[in-house]
Design a protein around this ligand. Structure first.
Ligand SMILES: [Zn+2]
Length: 79
């Protein structure tokens, strides 16, 4: 990973803490994701809400496999 200049900013989850880099403190993106799902009533309800707002359907990319990246591991860890 490339070294970047230390650029703290308020965590996007609104916890009031400062990040070292990026928009979230580690794990807080997953916490926000879980909080959104809990408030909306699940992933399907969230999709419906977003589709309503966008005025169009969210299409999955055909033939694309689910990603096996760090974000998924972070999310799984917090469930
Ligand atoms: Zn936070």
């Amino acid at each position: 990973m490339k070294k970047r200049k230390f650029k703290p900013r308020l965590c996007a989850c609104r916890c009031g803490q400062l990040t070292r880099e990026g928009f979230f403190i580690e794990g807080h993106d997953a916490m926000l994701y879980t909080a959104i799902l809990n408030n909306v009533g699940g992933l399907v309800a969230l999709r419906d809400l977003v589709e309503d707002k966008l005025g169009r359907q969210i299409k999955m990319e055909a033939g694309k496999k689910p990603p096996e990246n760090a974000d998924n591991r972070t999310l799984a860890k917090n469930h």
